[in-house]
Design a protein around this ligand. Structure first.
Ligand code: AKG
Ligand code: FE2
Length: 371
């Protein structure tokens, strides 16, 4: 595929007040439609099953007679060797998340199948499983073209200092859920449902004051909100959708959400970013950095300016997983790739396309660094 056009505006104004529902499309939009109607305005969209119908995951992970996961085939194809997978205990809160641990994939599938057979709710949710990294040759799915301008996975899969990415599989029985959150670094996500039903409740940005108490703790479970701590939560604008098998949801940047699985559910999702939400990532990192600076303000006098910046960046990396150099290096990788793609092309075209935009993005970060 030739590379898709990228957004050209760093500071798109986004207005959510006129958003009264989530668009659903029977057939996938063209890239230009997706860019103009959803990516740049930062609005969600649910896309019908043609986008995923040819995927191996849709064809082989689900039994055609019951619509349920094909546990035997999953074990046969994925458990030839022992694989450790990350799981969350949905009944155990651990700070702002669920208690996490790892378990053997076969053990997880056996346990899940028992719950499924006996129609008993599950509490163990396999989540954030780096499927492509674990099974690089398997080919469970292909990233849809509209989600291919993905700087995060481009950068992370090319990094030699770190073995990580943002390409996940989620598997959970009836009753498993993901608590209320906005995605890491305010990245986008897309989530394709393979089987089961997923109930999503989405909250547009700019109403965080309604979700937070005076100590800046955020609501954990929107179905159990303490009215004393969060007296205004009910005022928050929200949209609920039920995602059917085969359907794909685009979750925009900074939209808070909670997800409940109804029946046995498998989904594939990626976190990602590009020129359309780089400014939101930058804002998110800037506010994380300010928080770090506030927390260690009492140490500032003891350090010279270089030491202060280094310490804050180290803590930012520890707390958020990113620091300025992460963001910078990601932009450089993308800029170099775009330069290569454009070399030999018409210079006037280069000036109005992503090359200039990425350059702007990098300069924007340099300004951020200087401030
Ligand atoms: O499917 C889930 O449980 C959570 C997915 C999610 O939060 C996302 O895709 O952003
Ligand atoms: Fe999410």
């Amino acid at each position: 595929m030739s590379s898709p056009p990228t957004a050209t505006c760093l500071h798109a104004t986004r207005d959510y007040s006129s958003c009264n529902g989530i668009d659903t499309l029977d057939t996938p939009p063209t890239y230009t439609e997706f860019l103009e109607k959803y990516l740049e305005p930062n609005l969600p969209v649910l896309i019908g099953p043609t986008l995923t119908s040819k995927w191996r995951a849709r064809q082989q992970w689900v039994r055609s007679d019951t619509g349920k996961p094909d546990f035997d085939r999953l074990r046969e194809q994925l458990c030839t060797e022992s694989v450790q997978v990350p799981v969350a205990d949905c009944q155990c809160k651990d700070f702002t998340d669920q208690k996490r641990s790892t378990m053997d994939l076969k053990e997880f599938l056996d346990e899940w199948e028992t719950h499924s057979r006996t129609n008993s709710p599950s509490r163990t949710y396999l989540k954030d499983f780096h499927f492509v990294k674990t099974f690089p040759a398997y080919g469970a799915y292909e990233t849809p073209d509209i989600f291919c301008d993905d700087w995060m996975n481009e950068f992370w899969t090319r990094r030699s200092d770190m073995d990580d990415d943002y390409r996940f599989v989620y598997c959970g029985g009836d009753g498993t859920f993901t608590p209320f959150h906005a995605d890491v670094y305010r990245s986008y996500s897309w989530s394709a449902n393979i089987c089961g039903l997923k109930k999503w409740t989405l909250f547009p940005p700019n109403q965080e004051h309604l979700f937070q108490d005076q100590l800046h703790n955020t609501v954990y479970d929107i179905e159990n909100v303490d009215p004393i701590l969060f007296p205004n939560f009910h005022k928050a604008k929200r949209f609920t959708i039920f995602q059917q098998p085969g359907h794909t949801l685009f979750v925009p940047s900074g939209w808070w959400h909670q997800v409940h699985n109804i029946g046995d559910t498998i989904s594939i999702n990626h976190n990602w970013c590009n020129g359309s939400n780089l400014d939101l990532l930058l804002d998110s990192m800037t506010s994380d950095l300010k928080e770090v600076e506030r927390e260690i303000d009492h140490l500032k006098e003891m350090m010279d300016s270089h030491e202060w910046i280094e310490t804050c960046q180290k803590l930012l990396l520890l707390n958020s997983g990113w620091d300025w150099s992460t963001l910078w290096n990601m932009c450089i990788i993308v800029r170099d790739r775009v330069k290569k793609q454009l070399s030999g092309e018409d210079v006037s075209k280069a000036k109005t396309s992503v090359g200039t935009f990425v350059q702007d993005g990098v300069e924007h970060i340099v300004i951020g660094l200087k401030e």
